[in-house]
Design a protein around this ligand. Structure first.
Ligand SMILES: Nc1ncnc2c1ncn2[C@@H]1O[C@H](COP(=O)(O)OP(=O)(O)OP(=O)(O)O)[C@@H](O)[C@H]1O
Ligand SMILES: [Mg+2]
Length: 682
């Protein structure tokens, strides 16, 4: 352990003084004009800045089905906090969102709208808003994202009165000189955006400006001499450039929270309430100027403030009490959940709002592997110390969540579970990619209803604390929690729905049974030497069969007919019908032949279907010698126990179990076998 001095020098090494000095740079108005000339993008408006911030983290394009190009914006993986808030599986929605920002950045009209994130509860709307705010904070502190504002230097005291709304310093330029100045700046080549000086000084700066103009007899150049410029580093905590508004109960809403309030102490000093120096420009709209304001549950906003909101988005103006309209420059993001939105569908509030919003649907994830990622982010061996999470625990929870969100397919021959697998990119015999697209297009509200990730997260958490004596949590513990919670779920208000969710839990249980049965079977059959022998025998027979030859018996040296019974007993395991066996055998020989032309030798593991067939066959041959079912009766002889231990160690080695969860799963599968349904399926 280091002592105090070492610790301080450790910090000294880490701190970045150049960066600190950059962030705390101050200069004159003249210097600011130089900065703008060198790098006009420092005058970007809020939409341009937010859009560029997202793009600065990179875009990956990929081809979705039907050869469409999709974009994945790395920013939404949350690179800033190592993925803490990263969202999964929402590329479509996020692309729509970024496109809206892009259009706003270019001034095509969307800059006059509220960006409304709309989706079911717990679909990551707040998470997305949080990332944007955080991203903009970090961006404003970088060279690329630098923002500046102005302040008023006093003649006598060393103090500077900074603009209360962190305005763009170019607002100091009177209307009549602006286009000339813009022309200068825009003569530079390769600008992403043209410099446009939009908006006037806020009431406070306007007051100061007029005072100084009087003092200098209308000489603007003299007024400008006492202007100071500084960097603005956005920070939600310091209430700079980032605002959040959350409606409280209706009686308590007060417009001063949005547009600022009179400072009564200052009124006493100054003797009037219309002096802007006696006003605190600290409402959320004021604070968020140049950056982002987030309206949480925007539809709960009192109608009285609706017009503040609409004016702010449409005109980019707010009206502080007692003062004229004041210009603002900020991205307005609202969110609302689906039930609330539907409830207000026909209300006048909505009419007014609907017209002035760009609604972006943020649905639930409908792809199993994405949903699993949501939970693995919180429940992994890093985060959950001292408890093992048995294989498939997260998977079954995610599977159930997705099932509750999916609409029944029109095709009666397709189960909901099969639909889930197709969505997840699995192949099912008889279904093409085209079919999957059809499935996706035949739905109405898919992803807008069902169980939220938050519910599942809560139940996994419950399961983690509910069994203090267990070293691991397993799928049953979680499924029990998921089921028990349904009784009290506030958003499920009818018995039918509750019943349906229970049925779906049953579907998941059956699927889980299949998964672990398969896994145990494979562990029993994971005897490499035996598999290799079996494979060699099979291939010998197939070769002889396809070439109409005989097989040499290694033991007797005699030539015999190929072993039809052996071949069929393997092929049947993967549903090769008798009529298809010739094709399959020829296919195998071609495969092996092609390999040998490339100078490669055949390894059964590289052919997934054959591998599976061999494992199932080996399992069938061995299951009686292993006597797994004896686990159920509690009398296990030493020899059986030794064999079971081998299987257990394979489960641990190959499938991610620990001792406890492997024992559990073996007992469970033994009980299934004891029930008699040993037919392997897959
Ligand atoms: N697509 C997703 N990717 C990653 N995490 C997600 C996703 N969807 C939901 N979550 C997780 O679900 C939880 C709820 O998210 P969040 O609070 O952002 O939802 P919300 O849409 O704001 O909900 P509400 O409507 O109730 O306010 C968070 O832990 C979030 O990380
Ligand atoms: Mg939220």
């Amino acid at each position: 352990m280091n002592g105090g001095r070492e610790l301080i020098s450790l910090v000294a090494e880490m701190q970045d003084l150049t960066q600190y000095r950059k962030e705390n740079w101050t200069g004159t108005f003249e210097e600011y004009l130089d900065l703008v000339r060198d790098d006009p993008k420092i005058t970007r408006n809020a939409f341009q800045r937010v859009y560029d911030m997202i793009i600065s983290h990179g875009v990956e394009t990929y081809e979705s089905s039907r050869q469409e190009t999709r974009s994945h914006y790395t920013f939404f993986d949350d690179p800033i906090e190592n993925g803490k808030d990263g969202v999964f599986g929402l590329d479509d929605s996020l692309e729509q969102f970024v496109n809206a920002l892009k259009s706003a950045a270019h001034g095509y009209g969307i800059e006059k709208r509220v960006l409304l994130l709309h989706g079911p509860v717990g679909s990551s709307k707040s998470t997305i808003a949080r990332m944007l705010k955080k991203g903009l904070e970090v961006y404003s502190a970088s060279d690329e994202g630098a923002v500046y504002t102005l302040g008023w230097k006093h003649e006598d005291v060393e103090e500077i009165d900074w603009c209360p709304m962190n305005e763009e310093p170019l607002h100091l330029v009177p209307m009549s000189y602006r286009s000339r100045l813009e022309q200068e700046f825009n003569s530079k080549d390769g600008l992403d955006y043209e410099v446009k000086i939009r908006g006037d000084l806020d009431p406070y700066c306007r007051f100061m400006y007029n005072e100084r103009m009087k003092q200098h007899d209308g000489d603007w150049t003299k007024v400008i001499k006492d202007i100071r410029i500084k960097r603005v580093i956005f920070s939600e905590q310091d209430r700079v450039g980032i605002g959040t508004f959350q409606p409280k109960d209706e009686k308590n809403q007060d417009s001063t929270e949005l547009t600022g309030d009179i400072n009564y102490r200052k009124i006493a000093e100054l003797g009037t309430d219309s002096d802007p120096r006696a006003f605190n420009f600290d409402g959320e709209f004021n604070v968020a100027n140049r950056g982002i304001i987030e309206f949480i549950e925007v539809l709960k906003l009192d109608v009285a403030f609706l017009y503040d909101l609409l004016g702010a988005s449409q005109e980019h103006k707010v009206k502080p009490k007692k003062f004229a309209q004041t210009d603002i420059d900020e991205v307005i993001i609202g969110h609302t959940n689906e039930p609330e939105y539907r409830r207000l569908q026909n209300n006048e509030f909505m009419e007014a709002l609907r017209d002035r919003t760009v609604k972006i649907d943020i649905p639930y994830v409908t792809k199993l592997s994405d949903e699993i990622k949501i939970y693995e982010k919180d429940y992994n061996s890093e985060r959950v110390k001292g408890k093992h999470i048995a294989p498939h625990t997260i998977e079954v929870a995610a599977m159930w969540a997705i099932l509750t969100r999916l609409e029944e397919p029109n095709n009666a021959g397709l189960t909901l579970l099969q639909k889930l697998k197709l969505y997840d990119g699995k192949t099912l015999p008889g279904f093409t990619e085209e079919n999957v697209l059809e499935l996706r297009s035949e739905v109405n509200r898919e992803g807008m209803q069902g169980i939220s990730p938050r519910y599942v997260q809560d139940k996994i958490s419950n399961a983690l604390v509910r069994y203090p004596d267990a070293n691991s949590i397993n799928p049953f513990m979680v499924m029990n929690e998921l089921e028990a919670g349904l009784k009290h779920h506030s958003l499920i208000n009818n018995e039918d729905l509750r019943g349906r969710y229970r049925e779906l839990l049953q579907v998941v249980k059956e699927e889980y049974e299949n998964i672990v049965k398969n896994e145990v079977q494979r562990a029993i059959a994971a005897d490499e030497d035996a598999l290799k022998r079996l494979c060699a025998n099979y291939i010998d027979s197939v070769k002889a069969y396809t070439q109409r030859e005989k097989v040499k018996n290694k033991f007797t040296g005699q030539y015999e007919e190929p072993d039809e019974r052996l071949m069929r007993s393997i092929e049947e395991k993967i549903d090769i019908a008798d009529s298809r066996k010739d094709d399959f055998r020829r296919e195998m020989m071609n495969y092996i032949g092609a390999l040998s032309i490339d100078g490669k030798s055949f390894d059964y593991k590289t052919n997934e279907r054959l591998y599976k067939a061999l494992q199932l066959k080996l399992f069938e041959d061995q299951k009686d010698t292993i006597k797994l079912t004896s686990l159920v009766s509690n009398v296990v002889d030493q020899e059986t126990q030794a064999k079971i231990d081998v299987v257990k160690s394979r489960l641990i080695r190959d499938h991610g179990y620990d001792d406890e969860s492997a024992t559990d799963v073996l007992n469970y599968v033994a009980s299934i076998f004891a029930r008699g349904d040993v037919k392997p399926d897959g």
